[in-house]
Write a new protein. Structure first.
Lengths: 432, 330
């Protein structure tokens, strides 16, 4: 079977042997009330309140959402407005940390005895997809469709990032146990774990641990970005195609990140909700690249300082990887639940990788690079004349913004960016 | 630290650039330029440099007049000049070569909007323009190594010059009297860059190995031309070496590797490139056999350039996941 894939990238996985270590207690944390796809939470604490580690501080009645917990113990010093990278605003709870770091008495292993109690426990854990998209896990785990397979994403196809790899290497049993728990409570007979072949150690360890569970298979994926993209992963591990407008569940699949399933395992044992996450810190201005376990809401600055970043030289800072990561706007912005990496780059790097766009030379590299065989030059022309019918035909809505097209473009055109504009236009036209 | 740079993803770009592509194609043409210089003397090199310079000047002036950004550094004008020069007979007067370059850049390329917007290959169209306007000068072919007997190694001799009497002749495509070895090495008459099949093959293979071009076009072009010649040999009863002869003589190799693979004016998908190549092969064969023209390569590529938008339309890719969803269990 032909595997889907876009482009070969330099891996830059220099931090793969950096054992995870806890970040020293930050002086304060700033926890946004929206770190997930869906409705933002409302703060349920107010200024002056004392909070403890794992205490719920934000919640909502909306289904598509996940509660938010305090990652530290201390005093709420302010509740302000926070502009997120997508341009919307939400509330931000600022907490001054104290010495004790007392754990909330509510943090107890949840009582799980059936699917419903499992799902409500997952909701209470605040788990959102840890691979980057931050989809509320309790929603993902309760599809209306009949599902038969749990597909675990251990591809970690973005350059630099190694936090999923460290999870698999340091605590493979958490991954296997988490997978078994999800399969047990959702009654899924089968599980595949897809790992890119540049992580032979992770493949070896997990294959070894999965040997006792014939229902779990470990699949080695080719080293072509974007193996971790949901549709690519599902096709390359299971041979199923998620069609336009479908969710993975329509093809009987639930996809979870390795770190997410490992979290499920830990949560069911300890009851500690999602208040920390492992973050890879790397980039050309980082003195000491590392994997750190960071309390959610810690300012990016603290993490960079811990990794001996030359803050004077840092010009571009990213949440996540260089292909799909989001620019950090302010060094005091918080680390979010979905941040698998913080990368910091110099001005020279930023300049080199934002060259001036020139005329399209029709070379077709973007088409060959697209894992889904889209045709960006045609999309771009159709978008320029606002031709929504043509965009519909070109299936622009399939574009997942993996960035392969922009990466390979010799004319340095913002191909993926234009695709996103075109996609938004096509979707707004489809709604009418 | 100052303000952070905020931009949409991806935040990294590949090393490949338009300029690098153009320069690498020129690099791939170096063996052909060298072979041309050895066979036809220093004037061959002079023409190449002259055409490149005139093309770049024309680009510069056009962009200035149109008040558009200067694009001379992308290397495409230089490549057009080099390619056009390689398509010229070595004895062509410089002013005619200059007219060809100006036509190629100003009319074929810049009037349509510059790089990426032209529908016809500038170098090919420039050649055809010259062929139709100064036909006799364009079809005066110096004999290999004529320059050894000409004053100043032929540097200043143009077609019609008395010093060249007896040093020019027809191309082997017309006379058919060159051996295969001569065609391979370029020891024959013809345009200054298309005589040595070996030099062109080296350049073509370099382009394929470095993935600058897809092998689809040259394979389809040369394959279809060879197949048609083969059928002709079977019917009319010739020698099998005629098939090789058809591939190695004239401008076919230069066309197949360097002109029919021009990104801008040829189809974008591999399927389209195969159709384009086969079309070129058929047209080249037909023109060579049935038209009064000795050489069909340039015309075939130009005609296929015109069909490119249609080929592109019929060879669109099928996106993964496009189509009506088949709900499982439904």
């Amino acid at each position: 079977m032909r595997k889907l894939g876009g482009i070969r990238l330099s891996h830059h996985k220099g931090s793969e042997n950096c054992k995870s270590q806890p970040l020293p207690r930050p002086e304060k944390v700033c926890i946004p009330m929206s770190m997930h796809i869906g409705a933002p939470c409302s703060p349920i604490v107010k200024k002056g309140d004392l909070v403890t580690v794992g205490q719920k501080i934000g919640d909502t009645d909306a289904f598509m959402s996940a509660p938010i917990h305090s990652s530290v113990s201390g005093k709420v010093t302010a509740i302000s407005d926070y502009r997120m990278s997508n341009g919307r605003t939400c509330k931000l709870v600022e907490i001054q940390t104290d010495e004790e770091q007392a754990v909330c008495p509510d943090v107890q292993p949840p009582a799980v005895h059936d699917k419903d109690s499992f799902l409500s426990a997952i909701r209470e854990s605040g788990l959102t997809g840890m691979g980057g998209a931050s989809f509320p896990a309790h929603v993902k785990l309760a599809p209306r469709q009949k599902v038969d397979t749990l597909c675990i994403n251990g591809a970690e196809c973005e350059p630099y990032i190694t936090s999923d790899y460290r999870q698999m290497a340091e605590a493979p049993d958490e991954v296997i146990d988490g997978a078994l728990q999800v399969m047990k409570w959702l009654d899924l007979p089968r599980c595949v774990i897809g790992i890119e072949s540049n992580k032979p150690e992770a493949i070896r360890i997990l294959t070894e641990r999965a040997a006792a569970h014939p229902e779990i298979t470990v699949v080695s994926l080719p080293c072509t970005y974007p193996q971790g993209a949901e549709k690519v992963l599902i096709y390359n591990t299971l041979g199923r195609i998620v069609m336009e407008g479908q969710l993975p569940a329509d093809q009987g699949v639930i996809v979870m990140n390795v770190s997410s399933v490992a979290f499920v395992s830990r949560y069911l044992k300890t009851g500690m909700p999602m208040v920390t996450r492992m973050v890879t810190v790397d980039g050309d201005v980082i003195g000491n690249r590392c994997n750190v376990v960071v309390p959610v809401g810690t300012p990016v600055k603290n993490v960079l300082e811990f990794a001996q970043c030359d803050l004077e030289k840092a010009k571009k800072i990213l949440y996540g990887g260089p292909m799909m990561g989001v620019s950090v706007q302010d060094i005091n912005d918080p680390v979010l639940k979905a941040n698998n990496a913080i990368l910091a780059f110099s001005e020279a790097f930023a300049k080199k990788h934002s060259p001036k766009a020139t005329a399209c030379i029709h070379c077709g590299r973007c088409i060959s690079a697209c894992p889904l065989n889209l045709m960006p030059p045609d999309i771009s022309r159709a978008y320029a004349r606002k031709d929504t019918a043509a965009l519909e035909k070109l299936k622009v809505t399939l574009c997942m913004n993996c960035g392969c097209c922009t990466y390979v473009c010799p004319a340095k055109r913002p191909v993926a960016e234009i695709n996103q504009f075109a996609k938004a236009l096509a979707m707004s036209a489809a709604k009418k | 630290m100052g303000l952070l740079t905020v931009s949409p993803s991806p935040h990294v770009r590949s090393e490949m650039s338009t300029q690098k592509i153009m320069l690498m194609v020129i690099l791939a043409l170096v063996p052909a330029i060298a072979a041309g210089t050895i066979v036809f003397g220093p004037r061959a090199l002079l023409l190449v440099i002259f055409c490149a310079a005139v093309s770049m000047m024309t680009e510069l002036v056009c962009r200035k007049l149109m008040q558009k950004e200067n694009t001379i550094s992308d290397g495409s004008a230089m490549l057009t000049g080099v390619l056009l020069a390689l398509n010229l007979p070595v004895t062509l007067p410089l002013w005619q070569a200059a007219v060809g370059c100006i036509f190629a850049i100003a009319v074929v390329k810049q009037l349509f909007g510059g790089l990426g917007c032209n529908f016809a290959n500038p170098a090919i169209t420039g050649r055809i323009f010259l062929l139709l306007s100064v036909g006799s000068d364009m079809t005066t072919w110096a004999k290999p190594f004529y320059y050894l007997d000409a004053p100043f190694f032929g540097l200043f001799e143009t077609s019609g010059s008395a010093a060249l009497d007896g040093l020019t002749g027809a191309t082997p495509l017309v006379t058919g009297d060159a051996g295969l070895m001569e065609l391979l090495l370029g020891n024959t008459g013809g345009s200054l860059g298309e005589t040595s099949a070996l030099a062109l093959l080296i350049g073509g293979i370099f382009l394929i190995v470095t993935k600058l071009i897809s092998p689809a076009t040259p394979v389809a072009y040369l394959g279809s031309l060879a197949a048609l010649t083969f059928v002709q040999v079977l019917i009319t009863g010739g020698e099998m070496t005629d098939v090789l002869y058809a591939l190695l003589s004239g401008g076919v190799l230069l066309g197949a590797f360097f002109m029919a693979t021009d990104y801008v004016t040829t189809p974008i998908t591999n399927k389209g490139k195969i159709i384009f190549g086969i079309g070129c092969g058929i047209l080249t064969f037909v023109i060579r056999e049935f038209a009064s023209m000795p050489e069909g390569c340039s015309f075939s590529i130009l005609l296929m350039n015109l069909l490119t938008p249609y080929i592109d339309r019929f060879t669109m890719t099928k996106p993964v996941g496009a189509g009506t969803p088949e709900k499982e269990g439904a």
